[in-house]
Design a protein around this ligand. Structure first.
Ligand SMILES: [Mg+2]
Length: 238
């Protein structure tokens, strides 16, 4: 019997990565006039990723750190020539990202409603504390969840602490999310269950090479609508 089901937020309950990709596209247009066509967008994206990775231990995950990394990348690729007016425009892109309405994925409300009656549901998400709290509130789902955990990293220690707080053994826990690295591997390592629901975009820093459900011992679903059947199967398992 599964007693506790945890859901990732970004790209599992609501759209996120597409908004970051759209922001990045607007950013390319903003800085293009400085580049004389001698630097391809892919090279800028590579540098941005390097800078984001380097900044993660300082800024943590989320839209604010992303915005600062956009500015830092713009300064670097323009050799410091980026003007204040463009820096302001990048800050405005970041603000629009933070202020964007929450757009739930198809099927989320029905699945949460179907599962909420029988067991405890929680959200476990990384990102800016304030931004993620706002998204949970705007999602209209907050009351269906027993707890909302906004964490700085999803690793074995984080999930071990969540299970201890809930007094649930790992084999009665199911994590649902779009990232094999953050939502699946640490849970499997603890002896829990994990359902991977891929989103059409994956942030490069969440990518896992050769992730194989059968070999690693998790379930891959095409959409969240398949989740109730998986929970039924897990409940029946000895
Ligand atoms: Mg996610």
């Amino acid at each position: 019997m599964i007693e506790l089901i945890a859901f990732d937020g970004d790209d599992t309950l609501w759209h996120s990565e597409q908004l970051f990709a759209d922001t990045q596209a607007s950013y390319h247009e903003l800085i293009a006039p400085y580049l004389d066509g001698d630097l391809q967008p892919a090279a800028i994206d590579d540098l941005l990723l390097t800078i984001e990775h380097r900044n993660l231990p300082i800024f943590g995950y989320g839209a604010k750190g992303f915005t600062l990394s956009l500015i830092e990348t713009a300064i670097e690729v323009t050799g410091g020539r980026i003007a204040g007016v463009e820096v302001q425009a990048i800050i405005d892109l970041g603000k629009a990202l933070l202020d964007h309405p929450v757009d739930l994925l198809d099927g989320v409300v029905d699945v949460i409603d179907a599962l909420a009656g029988d067991r405890r549901l929680i959200i476990v998400t990384k990102g800016d504390l304030f931004h993620q709290e706002t998204k949970v509130a705007r999602s209209g789902l907050a009351e269906r969840f027993w707890r909302v955990e906004i964490v700085s990293e999803k690793d074995e220690g984080t999930f071990r602490r969540i299970l201890a707080d809930a007094s649930v053994p790992a084999d009665r826990f199911l994590m649902v999310g779009n990232s094999v690295r953050s939502d699946v591997l640490p849970v499997i390592a603890l002896g829990g269950h994990a359902a991977h629901i891929p989103y059409h975009l994956t942030w490069a820093l969440e990518h896992v090479e050769d992730a194989d459900p059968e070999r690693l011992g998790y379930t891959q679903l095409r959409s969240i609508s398949e989740l109730p059947d998986l929970v039924t199967d897990l409940d029946r398992a000895p």
